[in-house]
Write a protein that binds this ligand. Structure first.
Ligand code: ASP
Ligand code: MG
Length: 418
């Protein structure tokens, strides 16, 4: 019996009418002959409300009780959806994480999966149940306590079930109808993609196209779970949405598949750093210890180095999230004070944004970077930092040019055309 996993996010189960709508989508798949495992989120806003209750009760709260409270949102929607399906005469029941059981580590509020044994749910399918409605985002630790996976975790629950049950596909129902070539709010020419490779989706997800939790895409890639993103607010059929899949399943791929951006970037430069072995480690060690998410890194010869000088200097530039700037500055000043590093000056620029082009086609195509830089040059956009990987080229630019840059790159790579 083929198994399909369907996941409904918070807006897709926001009230009883939305839950009924979700139930109809499940019914359609049952009628196609699937055994369905449905993963549900809490009703939208519910998890935030529960987090607020915890924080309003206890400042230094017990993480185990935090999880016990915030996991409750998903329990409600799982039960309600099972009830709605029963009303439609579809044999269904709800499952909380511990009942499956969804075994996780004991890292409360950021637990990781250990195992999802199939036996209990399979036994119910064998008894004639057609649908298992599972509360997303939660599990149970070896100590028998309720755990949660971290915000947005039900996407990951869905992928984990698809992997554990060998599902034909994992359909993620949400409030957008798929993955786009770029943010449609920035250019109306943004086009919905029929297919996108796991690697590309990972780059787009971590670059701020927040359709799927990044961890869920990593897991899908590892277990080759075909993921489909589609809207629960529209009529959908087997071809709706965007399929996130192995690149082998993508016939004609464009060189560039999408343009991503991240608005909240900052740039920091340490000027006149002594150029010697170990200096990068001495800078980035303290940043890592301070929990700074360093992204792009560029090391240059410093203008303070004069020819023939015994002592050479280097300038080290890196990007980081804007809200970590103060912490990074403190880490660098402390490293300077304690003698771990020595630099002439520290300059920070908070008005920057990152724009990236992503595509697996880049692996085999030359000239993509040149094309990208030429497009930015035509718009008079100055590039501050560049980094590249096999399937991505990113630039840091002044934030006020971000929209312009995204539009220009979308045009240059003709992403509006299929
Ligand atoms: N309800 C949880 C959250 O809001 C998990 C999820 O919906 O993915 O983060
Ligand atoms: Mg979500």
């Amino acid at each position: 019996m083929a198994i399909l996993v369907m996941k409904f996010g918070g807006t897709s189960v926001a009230d009883l009418a939305r839950i009924e709508n979700a139930a109809k989508k499940v019914q359609a798949e049952v009628e196609r002959g699937y055994r369905v495992i449905v993963i549900v989120s809490a009703m939208s806003g519910e998890t935030n409300k529960l987090v607020g209750y915890v924080e309003g009760t206890s400042k230094l709260y017990d993480a185990r009780e935090y999880d016990a409270v915030v996991a409750a949102g998903e329990n409600v929607t799982a039960g309600l959806l099972a009830l709605r399906l029963q009303e439609m005469e579809i044999p269904a029941r709800s499952w909380q994480g511990w009942q499956v059981p969804i075994n996780t580590t004991s890292a409360h509020s950021s637990a990781r999966f250990i195992s999802i044994p199939r036996a209990n749910i399979d036994a119910k399918f064998a008894e004639g149940f057609k649908v298992a409605v599972v509360a997303g985002f939660q599990g149970v630790s070896a100590e028998g306590r309720i755990t949660t996976l971290g915000r947005g975790g039900s996407d990951t629950t869905a992928v984990a079930f698809a992997a554990a049950f060998g599902a034909v596909r994992c359909d993620i129902y949400t409030d957008v109808d798929g993955v786009y070539t770029t943010d449609p709010r920035i250019t109306k020419k943004a086009r919905k993609l029929d297919r996108i490779a796991f690697e590309e989706m990972l780059e787009l997800a971590s670059l701020g196209a927040k359709v799927l939790q990044t961890r869920s895409v990593e897991l899908a890639m590892r277990y080759k779970v075909r993921l489909r993103v589609l809207s629960s607010f529209e009529d959908t059929d087997e071809n709706s949405g965007t399929l996130v899949c192995d690149e082998d399943e993508i016939m004609e791929s464009k060189v560039v598949s999408g343009v991503a951006y991240s608005r909240d970037e900052a740039k920091m430069t340490l000027l006149k750093v002594e150029d010697r072995p170990g200096i990068a480690a001495a800078i980035f060690g303290p940043l890592a210890e301070a929990g700074i998410n360093v992204d792009m890194i560029v090391q240059n010869i410093s203008e303070f180095t004069s020819p023939g000088d015994a002592q050479a200097y280097t300038d080290m530039t890196f990007s980081l999230p804007t809200n970590q700037l103060d912490r990074a500055r403190r880490a660098m000043e402390e490293a300077q004070d304690s003698g771990r590093i020595a630099y002439g000056d520290l300059v920070a620029d908070i008005d920057v944004a990152k724009v990236s082009v992503v595509g697996i086609g880049m692996r085999s195509q030359v000239g993509v970077a040149a094309q990208m830089f030429a497009a930015l040059a035509r718009e008079n956009v100055n590039i501050k930092v560049i980094t590249t990987s096999e399937i991505k080229i990113s630039v840091l630019i002044d934030r006020k040019y971000m929209e312009l840059a995204v539009q220009a790159l979308h045009d240059t790579f003709e992403l509006d055309k299929a």
